[in-house]
Design a protein around this ligand. Structure first.
Ligand code: TRP
Length: 353
């Protein structure tokens, strides 16, 4: 018998389009993992999770579901190899969340650093939706219902993975057996890919801060965004020494440029370290750096725009891709939940009395 492939699950909240921070981080790694053909990969559109802080904005979630699917297809996720799935259409995930909620305390949920940060950022004050507080539990259910062994993600998701492992171990301890599997994270290789900073240099690239370069941005938009990007405020004259750390131009180059890009667009340097050295010493202007960055990013995004256009023409096909993927997901998660109910002993109608 053929050995079953290890399972990989990743997901995104449908709250808007994906940006180059996602591309440098999780998306490239997903495409790479897909191409190894060593895993069964599921990519989940986490609409239930999106609703935890968008309960009054369901149309935003609905619209973003299509945007996200287009982004996935644009970056090269292939429905023949990767199941693209919709969280809300997989009942087992909500059921497992209910069982998990009893295995975690409110105090533990309140300690999750990513959630804490989001609560501050979103300005919930004292009106935090209970569903939002509990979304790491729902995410743990996502991961374990698929028996995912690996979760490619950014470092902001590490607390979710930690929470998942705790829930798995509590579940297996209390209900016995080894029904659920502890997942491991796969982090991006290049350190610049951790929380790519925004074009304004202020913080993380984020829709709410308006400092994103989107995967779907066209050439003109890309150019405008790059040309008005923050660089090094102390680098006033070309001859001034410049700082490359905290400078989004160099951080993006770190994430996306290759030696081949230098050969093609900026042959006076062999690689990024040479270019950086010159910038730090003084004598290299921001405009030249930005033009190079534009060439690098435009070349990276061009094939993605083409694929997106191709899929954009057929919305019915998009739905079909999601439907097919989700059907597979329903089957796989139902198998896990059968064992989960059995372990808890609430499989009343499937047992001999
Ligand atoms: N929390 C993830 C995000 O903010 C989305 C997500 C939901 C997810 N369920 C998941 C990621 C399961 C990995 C695995 O984007």
């Amino acid at each position: 018998m053929q050995k079953e492939k290890d399972i990989i699950l990743t997901g995104d909240r449908p709250t808007g389009s994906l940006h180059i921070g996602h591309l440098a981080g999780s998306l490239s790694s997903r495409v790479h993992l897909q191409e190894t053909e060593q895993y069964q990969m599921y990519v989940m559109i986490a609409d239930l999770q999106a609703l935890t802080d968008n309960a009054e904005n369901p149309e935003k979630v609905r619209k973003s579901l299509f945007e996200l699917t287009l982004d996935y297809l644009a970056v090269g996720l292939d429905p023949e190899k990767t199941h693209m799935i919709v969280q809300s259409a997989i009942p087992a995930l909500s059921e497992l969340t209910m069982y998990f909620l009893n295995l975690v305390t409110l105090a533990r949920l309140e300690r999750n650093p990513t959630v804490k940060h989001e609560i501050r950022e979103k300005g919930f004050g004292h009106s935090i939706p209970a569903g939002f507080m509990a979304y790491p539990v729902s995410q743990a259910a996502d991961i374990t219902a698929f028996r995912a062994k690996y979760v490619p993600c950014g470092d902001d998701q590490l607390p979710m993975l930690e929470q998942t492992r705790e829930l798995v171990s509590a579940f297996n301890r209390i209900y016995g057996g080894n029904v659920l599997v502890e997942p491991k994270e796969i982090l991006p290789k290049r350190s610049a890919c951790f929380r790519l900073i925004g074009t304004d240099g202020s913080g993380k690239m984020s829709k709410s801060l308006g400092n994103c370069i989107y995967i779907k941005d066209d050439e003109k938009t890309l150019k405008e965004k790059i040309m008005s990007m923050f660089t090094d405020p102390t680098h006033i004259n070309v001859s001034d020494p410049g700082h490359t750390e905290n400078n989004p131009v160099f951080i993006y180059l770190e994430a996306f440029s290759s030696d081949a890009h230098f050969a093609e667009y900026l042959a006076e340097y062999h690689n990024l370290s040479e270019m950086k050295e010159h910038y730090q010493k003084g004598g290299l202007g921001d405009m030249k750096c930005k033009k190079f960055l534009f060439n690098v990013l435009n070349e990276t995004l061009l094939p993605l725009r083409k694929r997106r256009e191709w899929y954009e023409r057929d919305k019915a096909e998009l739905l079909n891709i999601l439907k097919k993927g989700t059907e597979k997901a329903v089957e796989a998660t139902e198998r896990t939940l059968t064992e989960v109910r059995e372990a808890i002993g609430i499989n009343y109608f499937n047992t001999n009395l």
